[in-house]
Write a protein that binds this ligand. Structure first.
Ligand code: ADP
Ligand code: MG
Length: 373
């Protein structure tokens, strides 16, 4: 969906909306010490409801572009929310996919997944290689695929493929493309090339996290896949498409969890990038002509050429059904949806209408059983 938005120089230009999907992770008994059961449930493929804490005889109903219930497989999330945008990066357009939501709600599961249930990142990279192969066979272009992997932590830009690097600058060239001078960019010629770089860099990040105050829940992990294509015949046109795949910092309100000192400072800094991302997505999705505040944080500045404008973006908001996540879930839902409705029905008294499972339901690769844990 396109709309007109005023840019910083006052000109109106065509801008794409950010598609918003919500994914509810399965209820986990271990996350619910008081054994209260779930406080969120899906209604259909676009709506969910949550208990209203102000009034237990009511629920609050939210509407989204897409709602993925707790039974949704990794393959289904990929097919509906990510696969359709990938062909654009082969024709010089940009795209971004974000996992948003509180720590523990399933962002890393959605983006990385596990070897049994690979997430959006491995599926998207495989798909890009597949698309390039088909295209290269049928058209007169040469393609080259490369990757960078970085982290924004405390408003610092760090190269995950070169861990000793310092805070890197973000620049814009005369064509308004955003780039990071000095950031490692590696050409990859097949999926295993990618995996060889990505897996150890991700592990490094996880190992560091246990030492450094759960750094992984406080930093944004940003994978960039760049596709450059060059026409074989004159005039040898060259096009570059960028795909950002982002596991965002936890959206929980750290003030409420009582963080002190350094952690409070870190939370503040992370909140700047997340808070600004919220504002940017709100302004892109608003029908009013408003300034999009890309320059107000590192994350949004980096994404300026890949979020809004002519690019294709999807935000997958991950939420957890247990009561201990209740207020953070509300926060995430209020960001994900501008449409909510208080419904006069107690949550507990209503039977959960579990939709019948289609007989031929897509299963995750390699899984024998359900989409479970
Ligand atoms: P986050 O990255 O948002 O902090 P994780 O992805 O680490 O959350 O998820 C928290 C826990 O829940 C992990 O043990 C993960 O495997 C599990 N989990 C998350 N989403 C799902 C899902 N859709 N199906 C099964 N398990 C999930
Ligand atoms: Mg995580």
């Amino acid at each position: 969906m396109a709309q007109r938005v005023a840019t910083s120089d006052g000109a109106a230009k065509k801008t794409s909306r950010v598609r918003v999907a919500v994914r509810l992770r399965p209820y986990m008994g271990g996350e619910d010490e008081k054994d209260e059961g779930p406080c969120v449930r899906g209604l259909d493929s676009q709506n969910l409801e949550i208990v209203n804490w102000r009034n237990a005889t009511e629920t609050v109903k939210y509407h989204f572009d897409v709602f993925h219930d707790e039974k949704t497989t990794q393959q289904e999330v990929f097919l509906s929310s990510v696969k359709p945008i990938l062909p654009h990066i082969l024709t010089g357009q940009n795209a971004s996919v974000f996992a948003y939501g509180p720590t523990g709600a399933g962002k890393t599961h959605t983006m990385m997944g596990s070897s049994d249930q690979p997430g959006v990142i491995p599926r998207a990279v495989r798909e890009v290689f597949k698309l390039v192969k088909v295209k290269a066979d049928e058209e007169g272009w040469d393609y080259s695929i490369g990757m960078s992997y970085l982290e924004i932590y405390n408003e610092k830009v760090l190269d995950l493929l070169s861990p000793s690097s310092q805070d890197l600058p973000i620049r814009e060239n005369k064509d308004k493309n955003i780039f990071i001078p000095g950031l490692t960019h590696t050409t990859i010629s097949c999926f295993s090339d990618f995996d060889k770089q990505f897996v150890p860099a991700s592990l490094n990040r996880t190992t560091a996290s246990t030492k450094l105050n759960q750094r992984s829940s406080r930093s944004h992990a940003i994978l960039l896949i760049k596709v450059v294509r060059t026409q074989r015949a004159a005039p040898h046109r060259k096009q570059t498409g960028k795909l950002y795949l982002i596991d965002l910092a936890g959206s929980e309100d750290n003030r409420r969890t009582g963080n002190q000192g350094i952690r409070l400072k870190e939370s503040g800094a992370i909140n700047l990038s997340l808070f600004t991302l919220n504002k940017v997505v709100d302004s892109l999705n608003s029908s009013a002509a408003v300034r999009v505040p890309y320059r107000d944080s590192k994350l949004t500045r980096l994404l300026q050429d890949s979020l809004g404008g002519s690019s294709h973006s999807v935000m997958i908001t991950n939420i957890a059904p247990e009561y201990k996540y209740y207020f953070d879930t509300f926060g995430a839902l209020n960001f994900a949806s501008k449409s909510k409705l208080v419904v006069n029905k107690p949550f507990t008294c209503e039977t959960v209408a579990v939709p019948a499972m289609p007989v031929k339901r897509a299963r995750d690769d390699h899984t024998a059983g359900g989409s479970g844990t």
